[in-house]
Design a binder for this molecule. Structure first.
Ligand code: 6R9
Length: 649
């Protein structure tokens, strides 16, 4: 197969310090002597007490990851105070509301004021270093204030995506025993109000039944909609911040003190609390933000992710603010009021760097070029994607129609667990191939192994591992270090296993082929098949469920559910609707099944294991290659599944 290559653009070459030769040199140095490389680059942030140790990591045995361990710093200080002398009046955050006429700008001076006050509010209500604060918020500046206020006083934040249901929120509150919640009356998305406070109230009741009592709820007023109020528990944000001091000294944090927990789906069990710490995380978020996006002072930078995901943490809040950038926060959705919204916002705020997800690109591509062409987009200089593999057609459209062939695309591969970007082009250094995340960032050593763990050299197809630590790596699963070791370091002993399949081509470029475990990627959102299955079986009429992904033109992957009902029950369209509703309420709208097939039996091995491989093939309409079905307890089940599949027509 011949793959088109796009050489580095001249404009990108002239802007960046990092041409290809420099990339190669730095990369080599970073691998040959990580201590020296990260020792130098660690100085890009300010330390109250400098580190003398740089790297102390082991992927073997108990697995222990420490970076800059004897240094003292504070992330809020680094993202705000440090910039005040030179950038105090610079815009830190541009907020673009859901409706096109709503926007505002927040300078670094204002950010300082807001964050200090909120930090003082937290303190006043007893939040201390190490306490967990849950943030269940829409895309408004107060969400960033809340994260930074926690970081300022050393509280650990757990941001829960505003699209999650009360049940999912409760699970996350309970897991990290969080007694303080920051939320909003309602969020606004695509013209619709999202009842965040109401969901929080419900979640708190659920959590209470599991013996976790939320003491305080701080409520930001966004819409002014009617909400319930618990006198002793609930606090209005606007009232509270008016009564506290405008300064709050930043807590001196050890580099390895926790910064945040972010729950993410794995192949088994409940979502895991991915724990990131302070020093290494910030160094890594900041260096990748600068070099991957070729960020320069004065650039307007926009990442369209939600702060409820890791992309929002590292590349809306922490990376950009550590670099004193202007970061745009968008409350709305790509197709409201119409499919031209992104490009309108680009023109309105003169956005230079634009970072979004393949699913958004595919859906806007489907809406037609006219929506793009209505805008000028002359400010754009660099485009980025993240979240899932980008198909070459979408890449080409993004490059030629949106970027008019002027803007490099950085296809950035990384994960909640990695804290920052690991495999990516650098705009002034890397020739691009549509669909490839290209080459590793500094200090990152990818390896491709086969299913037996044999290391594959040269061009190869297999499972993606990373062989040594980088500063942004997660440190543990909150409260369950054993699960951390089991999940990431036991499949291939002594290596970090990403869960992704990957091909390396003859130029050493990496092509991520998608998850090789039971994790779905729906519109760039991670979901465990086990989570959807357990939501389905929690319905009283369902006896068993198996969930697989199948290719979906917009979402990347769709959710295909095989459902067996209790004896005597019959599947119907009404029941299908009821199950859709049920899953939405258990997890949230992102988990809404695309197809539900009622199946009297599921293909199982004689030992009772569901053969997902077969279910995947049927969901993909690919029955020619079902493979060996002889180990099935009852091979006839398969014929029934094919006859009743949901993809017909
Ligand atoms: C940052 C983020 C991680 C999973 C990851 C992979 C997929 C992310 C990708 C990509 C191909 C890219 N993924 N970026 N696949 N090309 N550029 O998305 O984190 O939500 O934890 O998802 O997303 O499968 O393992 P997270």
């Amino acid at each position: 197969m011949s793959v088109k290559t796009y050489p580095v653009l001249e404009a990108a070459k002239s802007r960046t310090l990092l041409d290809n030769a420099t990339y190669l040199k730095w990369y080599e140095d970073s691998i040959a002597d990580p201590e020296k490389f990260w020792g130098e680059h660690g100085k890009r942030i300010e330390w109250f007490e400098p580190y003398t140790k740089v790297k102390n990591t082991s992927f073997k045995g108990e697995v222990s990851i420490k970076w800059y361990e004897d240094g003292l710093t504070n992330i809020s200080y680094n993202c705000i105070d440090r910039h005040l002398k030179t950038h105090g009046e610079k815009t830190a955050i541009i907020w673009e509301g859901d409706t096109p006429y709503l926007d505002k700008k927040i300078t670094y001076n204002e950010l300082y004021d807001k964050v200090c006050r909120l930090a003082n509010v937290l303190k006043k209500h007893g939040v201390k270093k190490g306490d967990r604060v849950t943030i269940y918020m829409p895309m408004i500046p107060e969400t960033a204030y809340a994260m930074l206020a926690c970081a300022r006083i050393g509280a650990i934040h757990s941001v829960v995506f505003g699209g999650f249901s009360p049940d999912a929120l409760a699970g996350r509150i309970v897991d990290c025993e969080s007694t303080f919640v920051i939320t909003c009356d309602e969020g606004m998305r695509g013209g619709k109000a999202i009842p965040l406070k109401e969901n929080t109230d419900t979640a708190i009741q659920i959590a209470a039944k599991q013996n976790v009592k939320v003491d305080k709820v701080l409520v930001v007023r966004r819409t002014g909609g009617r909400i319930g109020w618990a006198q002793k528990r609930d606090l209005w944000y606007h009232q509270e911040i008016a009564t506290v001091e405008p300064d709050c000294p930043p807590e001196k944090m050890k580099a390895e003190d926790p910064l945040f927990i972010l729950y993410t789906s794995g192949s088994t069990g409940k979502p895991k609390g991915v724990l990131h710490t302070t020093g290494g995380y910030l160094v890594y978020a900041s260096i990748t933000h600068e070099y991957v996006f070729d960020y320069r002072d004065g650039d307007i930078y926009w990442c369209t992710a939600d702060v409820g995901w890791v992309t929002g943490h590292s590349y809306i809040v922490y990376g950009p603010l550590a670099n004193a950038a202007t970061t745009l926060m968008f409350e709305g959705v790509p197709n409201f009021p119409d499919a031209g919204r992104f490009w309108e916002v680009v023109d309105k705020h003169k956005v230079n760097i634009f970072y979004t997800a393949p699913t958004a690109i595919r859906s806007l591509m489907g809406a037609g070029d006219d929506f793009v062409k209505k805008s000028s987009r002359t400010s754009l200089r660099l485009l980025g994607t993240v979240g899932e593999p980008i198909n070459p057609e979408a890449w080409e459209w993004y490059y030629h129609v949106v970027g008019e062939g002027r803007c490099p695309i950085v296809d950035t591969w990384w994960q909640t667990e990695t804290g920052g970007i690991l495999i990516t082009p650098l705009p002034g250094a890397t020739d691009l191939k549509p669909g490839s995340a290209t080459r590793p960032f500094f200090g990152v050593q990818p390896q491709i192994v086969d299913n037996e763990g044999k290391v594959l050299e040269g061009p190869a197809d297999g499972n993606l591992c990373i062989v040594d630590s980088w500063p942004g790596q997660m440190r543990t699963v909150y409260g369950d270090h054993e699960r951390f070791v089991q999940t990431y370091f036991s499949t291939y002993k002594g290596k970090y296993f990403t869960g992704d399949g990957c091909r390396r081509d003859e130029d050493g470029y990496y092509w991520i082929t998608g998850r090789v475990d039971d994790v779905l990627n729906v519109s760039g959102h991670r979901l465990g098949t086990a989570e959807v299955e357990s939501a389905l079986v929690s319905h009283h009429l369902v006896s068993e469920a198996a969930v697989v992904g199948y290719p979906h033109p917009i979402k990347g992957q769709g959710i295909y559910c095989y459902v067996s009902l209790m004896a005597g029950e019959v599947g119907s369209d009404e029941l299908r609707q009821e199950l859709l509703k049920h899953v939405r309420s258990e997890i949230g709208p992102i988990a809404t099944p695309d197809k539900i097939q009622f199946a009297p039996g599921l293909p199982k091995t004689r030992s009772g294991k569901i053969m997902r491989r077969i279910l995947r093939k049927i969901a993909e309409d690919d029955f020619g290659s079902l493979g060996d079905t002889s180990t099935l307890a009852d091979p006839a089940v398969v014929d029934d599944l094919i006859a009743n599949r949901q993809n017909r027509g």
